[in-house]
Design a protein around this ligand. Structure first.
Ligand code: ARG
Length: 298
Protein backbone atom coordinates (compact mmCIF):
# COMPACT_ATOMS: atom_id res chain seq x y z
CA UNK A 1 0.00 0.00 0.00
CA UNK A 2 1.35 3.45 -0.80
CA UNK A 3 1.61 6.25 1.68
CA UNK A 4 -1.20 8.12 -0.06
CA UNK A 5 -3.53 5.17 0.22
CA UNK A 6 -2.67 4.84 3.89
CA UNK A 7 -3.40 8.51 4.38
CA UNK A 8 -6.86 7.98 2.92
CA UNK A 9 -7.55 5.18 5.35
CA UNK A 10 -5.99 6.40 8.57
CA UNK A 11 -7.44 9.46 10.23
CA UNK A 12 -4.78 12.03 10.96
CA UNK A 13 -3.65 11.81 14.58
CA UNK A 14 -0.91 14.38 14.79
CA UNK A 15 1.81 11.79 15.28
CA UNK A 16 4.66 10.93 12.97
CA UNK A 17 3.74 8.57 10.20
CA UNK A 18 6.59 6.99 8.32
CA UNK A 19 5.96 5.17 5.09
CA UNK A 20 8.36 3.00 3.18
CA UNK A 21 8.11 3.54 -0.56
CA UNK A 22 10.08 1.45 -3.03
CA UNK A 23 12.95 1.01 -0.63
CA UNK A 24 13.26 4.63 0.49
CA UNK A 25 11.88 5.77 3.78
CA UNK A 26 9.88 8.94 3.37
CA UNK A 27 8.20 10.87 6.12
CA UNK A 28 4.68 11.83 5.18
CA UNK A 29 1.79 13.55 6.74
CA UNK A 30 -1.80 13.42 5.71
CA UNK A 31 -2.79 17.05 5.92
CA UNK A 32 -1.52 20.08 4.09
CA UNK A 33 -0.20 22.86 6.30
CA UNK A 34 -0.81 26.15 4.56
CA UNK A 35 0.68 29.47 5.61
CA UNK A 36 -1.45 32.60 5.58
CA UNK A 37 -0.05 36.12 5.70
CA UNK A 38 -0.14 37.50 9.23
CA UNK A 39 0.05 40.92 10.78
CA UNK A 40 2.19 41.18 13.88
CA UNK A 41 2.90 44.01 16.30
CA UNK A 42 6.25 44.10 18.10
CA UNK A 43 8.05 46.40 20.53
CA UNK A 44 11.86 46.57 20.33
CA UNK A 45 13.51 45.81 23.70
CA UNK A 46 15.49 49.02 23.79
CA UNK A 47 14.91 49.39 27.53
CA UNK A 48 14.92 45.69 28.38
CA UNK A 49 16.05 44.77 31.90
CA UNK A 50 15.21 42.44 34.74
CA UNK A 51 14.76 44.99 37.52
CA UNK A 52 11.97 43.11 39.30
CA UNK A 53 10.83 39.49 39.45
CA UNK A 54 7.16 38.74 38.77
CA UNK A 55 7.55 35.21 37.39
CA UNK A 56 9.86 32.30 38.33
CA UNK A 57 12.10 32.83 35.28
CA UNK A 58 13.14 36.31 36.40
CA UNK A 59 16.15 36.69 38.67
CA UNK A 60 17.23 40.24 39.39
CA UNK A 61 20.78 39.09 40.23
CA UNK A 62 21.38 37.73 36.70
CA UNK A 63 22.98 40.30 34.42
CA UNK A 64 20.95 41.20 31.35
CA UNK A 65 22.32 42.75 28.19
CA UNK A 66 19.79 44.93 26.37
CA UNK A 67 21.93 44.96 23.21
CA UNK A 68 21.90 41.15 23.05
CA UNK A 69 18.16 41.12 23.68
CA UNK A 70 17.70 43.63 20.89
CA UNK A 71 19.77 41.53 18.44
CA UNK A 72 17.75 38.39 19.26
CA UNK A 73 14.50 40.31 18.92
CA UNK A 74 15.69 41.81 15.59
CA UNK A 75 16.36 38.33 14.22
CA UNK A 76 12.76 37.31 15.02
CA UNK A 77 11.42 40.51 13.49
CA UNK A 78 13.44 40.03 10.29
CA UNK A 79 12.38 36.40 10.05
CA UNK A 80 8.70 37.37 10.11
CA UNK A 81 9.36 39.86 7.33
CA UNK A 82 11.24 37.29 5.26
CA UNK A 83 8.29 34.91 5.62
CA UNK A 84 6.09 37.60 4.09
CA UNK A 85 4.33 38.82 7.22
CA UNK A 86 3.71 42.43 8.19
CA UNK A 87 5.28 43.78 11.37
CA UNK A 88 4.12 47.03 12.97
CA UNK A 89 6.23 48.58 15.70
CA UNK A 90 5.25 50.12 19.01
CA UNK A 91 7.65 52.65 20.54
CA UNK A 92 9.19 51.29 23.74
CA UNK A 93 8.92 53.46 26.84
CA UNK A 94 11.86 53.96 29.22
CA UNK A 95 11.15 52.43 32.62
CA UNK A 96 8.88 49.71 31.18
CA UNK A 97 11.37 46.88 30.58
CA UNK A 98 8.71 44.22 29.93
CA UNK A 99 7.12 46.17 27.07
CA UNK A 100 9.02 43.93 24.65
CA UNK A 101 6.47 41.26 25.54
CA UNK A 102 3.96 42.83 23.19
CA UNK A 103 1.62 39.83 23.24
CA UNK A 104 0.49 41.04 26.65
CA UNK A 105 -0.57 44.43 25.29
CA UNK A 106 -4.05 43.28 24.38
CA UNK A 107 -6.17 41.19 22.04
CA UNK A 108 -7.12 42.33 18.54
CA UNK A 109 -9.54 40.43 16.33
CA UNK A 110 -10.71 42.09 13.12
CA UNK A 111 -11.44 45.66 14.17
CA UNK A 112 -12.19 44.92 17.81
CA UNK A 113 -9.54 45.32 20.48
CA UNK A 114 -9.27 44.91 24.23
CA UNK A 115 -6.28 46.51 25.91
CA UNK A 116 -4.52 44.72 28.76
CA UNK A 117 -5.18 45.39 32.42
CA UNK A 118 -1.99 44.13 34.04
CA UNK A 119 -1.85 42.31 37.34
CA UNK A 120 1.40 43.78 38.64
CA UNK A 121 2.05 47.46 39.31
CA UNK A 122 5.37 47.25 37.44
CA UNK A 123 3.56 46.67 34.14
CA UNK A 124 0.41 48.75 34.56
CA UNK A 125 1.73 51.75 32.60
CA UNK A 126 2.22 49.54 29.54
CA UNK A 127 -1.56 49.60 29.06
CA UNK A 128 -1.37 53.33 28.43
CA UNK A 129 1.21 52.85 25.67
CA UNK A 130 -0.63 49.93 24.06
CA UNK A 131 -3.99 51.71 24.29
CA UNK A 132 -2.46 54.72 22.53
CA UNK A 133 -1.06 52.49 19.79
CA UNK A 134 -4.41 50.74 19.33
CA UNK A 135 -6.34 53.99 19.18
CA UNK A 136 -3.90 55.49 16.67
CA UNK A 137 -4.20 52.43 14.41
CA UNK A 138 -7.98 52.27 14.18
CA UNK A 139 -8.68 49.85 17.05
CA UNK A 140 -10.51 51.81 19.77
CA UNK A 141 -9.37 49.89 22.85
CA UNK A 142 -12.04 48.35 25.05
CA UNK A 143 -11.21 47.96 28.75
CA UNK A 144 -11.95 45.06 31.05
CA UNK A 145 -12.73 45.61 34.74
CA UNK A 146 -10.73 42.55 35.71
CA UNK A 147 -7.12 41.66 34.98
CA UNK A 148 -6.45 40.45 31.44
CA UNK A 149 -2.92 40.09 30.09
CA UNK A 150 -3.82 40.11 26.42
CA UNK A 151 -2.52 37.35 24.19
CA UNK A 152 -0.41 36.02 27.01
CA UNK A 153 -3.63 34.36 28.17
CA UNK A 154 -6.10 34.88 25.32
CA UNK A 155 -5.47 32.82 22.21
CA UNK A 156 -8.02 32.77 19.36
CA UNK A 157 -8.57 29.48 17.55
CA UNK A 158 -11.18 29.05 14.85
CA UNK A 159 -14.12 31.10 16.09
CA UNK A 160 -13.29 30.61 19.77
CA UNK A 161 -10.85 32.05 22.27
CA UNK A 162 -8.80 29.81 24.56
CA UNK A 163 -8.31 31.69 27.81
CA UNK A 164 -5.92 30.96 30.66
CA UNK A 165 -6.42 31.85 34.30
CA UNK A 166 -4.80 30.98 37.59
CA UNK A 167 -1.80 33.32 37.69
CA UNK A 168 -2.48 36.48 35.69
CA UNK A 169 -5.73 36.90 33.76
CA UNK A 170 -8.71 36.83 36.11
CA UNK A 171 -11.38 34.24 35.35
CA UNK A 172 -13.93 37.05 35.62
CA UNK A 173 -12.28 38.79 32.65
CA UNK A 174 -13.10 35.77 30.45
CA UNK A 175 -16.78 36.70 30.46
CA UNK A 176 -15.90 40.28 29.64
CA UNK A 177 -13.74 39.12 26.71
CA UNK A 178 -16.56 36.88 25.43
CA UNK A 179 -18.86 39.91 25.45
CA UNK A 180 -16.39 42.27 23.78
CA UNK A 181 -15.53 39.87 20.96
CA UNK A 182 -18.84 38.04 20.82
CA UNK A 183 -17.02 34.71 20.82
CA UNK A 184 -17.08 31.59 22.90
CA UNK A 185 -14.33 31.68 25.49
CA UNK A 186 -12.94 28.36 26.71
CA UNK A 187 -11.45 28.83 30.19
CA UNK A 188 -8.36 26.80 31.04
CA UNK A 189 -6.81 26.72 34.50
CA UNK A 190 -3.02 26.95 34.77
CA UNK A 191 -1.51 25.35 37.88
CA UNK A 192 2.30 25.50 37.52
CA UNK A 193 3.86 28.94 38.19
CA UNK A 194 6.55 28.36 35.56
CA UNK A 195 3.74 28.35 33.00
CA UNK A 196 2.04 31.46 34.28
CA UNK A 197 0.55 32.58 30.96
CA UNK A 198 -1.40 30.34 28.59
CA UNK A 199 1.07 31.10 25.78
CA UNK A 200 3.86 29.43 27.79
CA UNK A 201 1.99 26.11 27.90
CA UNK A 202 -0.04 26.00 24.69
CA UNK A 203 0.54 26.94 21.05
CA UNK A 204 -2.22 27.46 18.53
CA UNK A 205 -0.88 25.98 15.29
CA UNK A 206 -3.90 26.51 13.03
CA UNK A 207 -7.68 26.86 13.26
CA UNK A 208 -8.11 23.37 14.71
CA UNK A 209 -4.68 22.26 15.91
CA UNK A 210 -2.87 22.98 19.15
CA UNK A 211 0.21 21.76 20.98
CA UNK A 212 0.35 21.85 24.78
CA UNK A 213 2.05 20.65 27.93
CA UNK A 214 -0.58 18.75 29.94
CA UNK A 215 1.00 19.10 33.43
CA UNK A 216 0.65 22.88 33.21
CA UNK A 217 -3.16 22.52 33.40
CA UNK A 218 -5.58 21.46 36.11
CA UNK A 219 -7.11 18.03 35.82
CA UNK A 220 -10.43 19.44 34.63
CA UNK A 221 -8.80 21.66 32.01
CA UNK A 222 -6.71 18.76 30.73
CA UNK A 223 -9.86 16.72 30.27
CA UNK A 224 -11.43 19.64 28.48
CA UNK A 225 -8.44 19.97 26.12
CA UNK A 226 -8.44 16.24 25.43
CA UNK A 227 -12.09 16.38 24.42
CA UNK A 228 -11.76 19.50 22.30
CA UNK A 229 -8.44 18.64 20.65
CA UNK A 230 -7.99 14.86 20.44
CA UNK A 231 -5.29 15.31 17.78
CA UNK A 232 -3.19 17.80 19.74
CA UNK A 233 0.57 17.55 19.89
CA UNK A 234 1.53 16.78 23.50
CA UNK A 235 4.88 18.29 24.36
CA UNK A 236 7.46 16.73 26.68
CA UNK A 237 8.75 18.29 29.88
CA UNK A 238 12.19 19.17 28.46
CA UNK A 239 10.67 21.09 25.57
CA UNK A 240 8.11 22.81 27.79
CA UNK A 241 10.86 23.91 30.19
CA UNK A 242 12.84 25.19 27.21
CA UNK A 243 9.81 27.45 26.63
CA UNK A 244 9.15 25.61 23.36
CA UNK A 245 5.43 26.27 23.41
CA UNK A 246 5.98 30.02 23.37
CA UNK A 247 5.82 29.73 19.61
CA UNK A 248 4.11 31.47 16.70
CA UNK A 249 2.53 29.62 13.78
CA UNK A 250 1.37 31.01 10.44
CA UNK A 251 -0.32 27.72 9.66
CA UNK A 252 2.79 26.25 8.05
CA UNK A 253 5.91 27.74 9.64
CA UNK A 254 6.20 27.46 13.40
CA UNK A 255 8.76 29.80 14.93
CA UNK A 256 9.83 28.40 18.29
CA UNK A 257 12.67 28.62 20.82
CA UNK A 258 15.46 26.55 19.25
CA UNK A 259 16.20 24.59 22.42
CA UNK A 260 12.91 22.71 22.05
CA UNK A 261 14.30 20.12 19.63
CA UNK A 262 11.79 17.39 20.45
CA UNK A 263 8.90 19.74 19.78
CA UNK A 264 10.51 20.65 16.43
CA UNK A 265 10.55 16.98 15.47
CA UNK A 266 6.92 16.55 16.50
CA UNK A 267 5.96 19.59 14.41
CA UNK A 268 7.81 18.31 11.36
CA UNK A 269 6.18 14.92 11.70
CA UNK A 270 2.79 16.63 11.78
CA UNK A 271 3.57 18.46 8.53
CA UNK A 272 4.54 21.85 9.93
CA UNK A 273 7.85 23.55 9.19
CA UNK A 274 9.58 24.30 12.50
CA UNK A 275 12.03 27.20 12.60
CA UNK A 276 14.08 27.45 15.77
CA UNK A 277 15.28 30.84 16.98
CA UNK A 278 17.61 31.72 19.86
CA UNK A 279 16.17 34.11 22.43
CA UNK A 280 17.93 33.28 25.71
CA UNK A 281 18.35 36.91 26.73
CA UNK A 282 14.62 37.55 26.62
CA UNK A 283 13.99 34.29 28.45
CA UNK A 284 15.60 35.96 31.47
CA UNK A 285 12.45 38.07 31.56
CA UNK A 286 10.27 34.96 31.27
CA UNK A 287 9.37 35.42 27.63
CA UNK A 288 10.24 34.25 24.15
CA UNK A 289 8.86 34.13 20.63
CA UNK A 290 5.11 34.40 21.23
CA UNK A 291 5.49 36.82 24.13
CA UNK A 292 7.25 39.23 21.76
CA UNK A 293 4.49 38.96 19.17
CA UNK A 294 1.06 40.56 19.30
CA UNK A 295 -0.94 39.23 16.39
CA UNK A 296 -3.68 41.23 14.72
CA UNK A 297 -6.08 38.33 14.16
CA UNK A 298 -8.57 38.37 11.32
N1 ARG B 1 8.27 39.51 32.55
C1 ARG B 1 6.98 39.40 31.91
C2 ARG B 1 5.92 39.11 32.94
O1 ARG B 1 6.16 38.38 33.87
C3 ARG B 1 7.02 38.34 30.86
C4 ARG B 1 5.77 38.29 30.02
C5 ARG B 1 5.78 37.19 29.02
N2 ARG B 1 4.74 37.31 28.10
C6 ARG B 1 3.95 36.33 27.68
N3 ARG B 1 3.12 36.57 26.69
N4 ARG B 1 3.96 35.17 28.22
O2 ARG B 1 4.82 39.59 32.86
Amino acid sequence: MTGDELCDRIPYRGTMTTFADSGTETRRHCVERRATVRRYVMTPPRFFAVDYAINPWMDTTTPVDAATALAQWQHLHDLYRRLGHTVDLVDPVPGLPDMVFAANGGLIIDDTAAVARFKYAERKQESVAYAAWLAAHGYPPRQTRHTNEGQGDLLPIGGDILAGYGFRTDLRAHGEIAGIFNRRVISLELIDPRFYHLDTALTVLDDTTIAYYPPAFSYVSRAHLETLFPNAILVDTDDAYAFGLNAVSDGHHVIHPAAAGGFARQLAAAGFEPIGVEMPELLKGGGSVKCCTLEVYS
